[in-house]
Design a protein around this ligand. Sequence first.
Ligand SMILES: [Zn+2]
Length: 262
Amino acid sequence: MSEIGYLSKRLRGAVDGLLCQSLIKRPHALPSGRYVSLCFDDFPRSAALTGAPMLEQYGWRATFYVAGSFLNAQHEHFGEMFREEDLRAVIRGGHDIGCHTFDHINCADANAEELASQRARNAAFLNEYGIQSVQSFAYPYGTANLACKRAMHDEDLALRGVKTGLNRGAVDFNMLKATGLQKNKGGILRALEDLDALSASDGWLILFTHDVREAPSDWGVTPEDFEHVLQAVQASGAEMVTVGQMVDRVLYRGPYPHKRAA
Ligand SMILES: [Zn+2]
């Protein structure tokens, strides 16, 4: 590609990204109260073996954003990824399953057809494990373009990004905010700040991380720090809900029998 061609592509991408942030919103009012959700993205093995049992000690459940292609994979950052038995165990344990793209493709670089095929493939994958429906989808890398955002617009499905902060007021179900437990957010510091902010007024704080290990990746957390967050959530008095539970409360004001996976 020529230099001008390259720059024009970059410019188009930047404009698209800006429009994408401000357009195609889907505002919803939250029920009154203070809520926290905890997500494991991509599903490293350590999320199931270390993270999930820690949550369960509190009687809580997480939301796992599954990308089917990571089954049995060795990830360059997160180490060993989930095995079949891990997925079955978290489903059996009552955790919530959400969709990612099957190959973890970046929706900022994809077109609507590619995204549809990724969603169909991931839905078929989850169907093999008895998951017929999901209530939420997380954009890999938290990004999308206008075409994908339009294609994902679905009244039954909440879409999550990685933009830090609390979901409050007219909450955008086309790009829910979520705060990472990860190195560039001060480890767990930003999450603890957001939790503090939640104590001031109603809202929904979605936290996410990846691996839970003694020497985690830059996008993961140590078990000690993770426990610190769980204790802080408990001390805050906020209600821990899975993303799926919250979506049901917002969209249907109760459990709803969904018909299909994302
Ligand atoms: Zn991801």
